[in-house]
Structures are given as structure tokens and as C-alpha cells.
Design a protein around this ligand. Structure first.
Ligand SMILES: [Zn+2]
Length: 136
């Protein structure tokens, strides 16, 4: 699950400034579950960067889960910025996170802005329901 040239000390790609092994890695390897919707959001972004389909599928709400995920080979994810969040805390059952993700495609730097909706599944783990694209 480590990318080439990446040590466990490398800053997590979610932008938290914590080392990967203390941030999203425990979620990716199933050692722990995200406690907040934002943690799930961040770990799912990193899973897109690292193309960890099993993690993305597993954290997708059952009723909306696609059969598989195809990664666009022309996209290089650069950065995640969290703009705002509503609920999604330890005591909540649902939550929203607005973010933008910067990526490079065909030598252009582009941005995707989305508001994602998360709920807790039957085991009370956070899962991704859907996202609304927002105008930039
Ligand atoms: Zn992280």
C-alpha cells in the first residue's frame, strides 16, 4: 500500500501533515475505522490517489456501491482541500464534507469541487453515500 519512494514517515497525501502510518494507513489496512466523516473523506481521497479500489468499495454505502472502480490513467491527483463540514462528528449518524481536489490532466491543473454526504452503516462505520458537484 506504500507508493514507490514512500516511507511510512512520509506525510499523508490527504494533507493532514501527519505521517501516513499515523493518518490514513490504519484505515486503509483495516486496523481502525474513521471516527468522523472528514477522516473517511480524507482516507477515500488518498485511496483514489493510491488506487485502492477495495477500500473505496468497502467504504461506499451498499445501496450506491458501484461494481468496480475504474481509475482514469490520465489524472494525477495533487491535493485535497477541505472547505467546510456539517455534522459528521463522533456522535453523529450523518455528515457532509465540502472539499476540492486538485488534479493534473493533459498538463492542465484542474479542480473538482464536491459536497459529499456520509452516513453510518449497520456496523456504525462511516460510509460514503453520494456527492454533489459544486460550481467552482
Ligand atoms: Zn491522511
Amino acid at each position: 500500500m506504500l507508493l514507490e519512494n514512500e516511507s511510512p514517515q512520509t506525510a499523508c497525501l490527504c494533507g493532514s501533515e501527519k505521517p501516513y502510518h499515523q493518518c490514513c494507513f490504519p484505515f486503509h489496512c483495516g486496523e481502525r475505522y474513521p471516527e468522523t466523516a472528514e477522516q473517511l473523506m480524507r482516507s477515500r481521497y488518498v485511496a483514489y490517489v493510491k488506487q485502492l479500489s477495495p477500500y473505496l468499495l468497502q467504504t461506499w454505502c451498499l445501496k450506491n456501491r458501484p461494481e468496480n472502480i475504474e481509475f482514469d490513467p490520465n489524472i494525477i491527483w495533487k491535493k485535497l482541500t477541505i472547505h467546510s463540514k456539517k455534522k459528521g462528528r463522533k456522535k453523529d449518524r450523518e455528515g457532509w464534507v465540502s472539499f476540492s481536489a486538485t488534479y493534473e490532466a493533459s498538463f492542465n491543473i484542474l479542480q473538482l469541487k464536491e459536497k459529499s454526504f456520509f452516513v453510518r452503516d449497520k456496523d456504525l462505520h462511516w460510509c460514503y453515500v453520494s456527492g454533489l458537484f459544486e460550481p467552482l
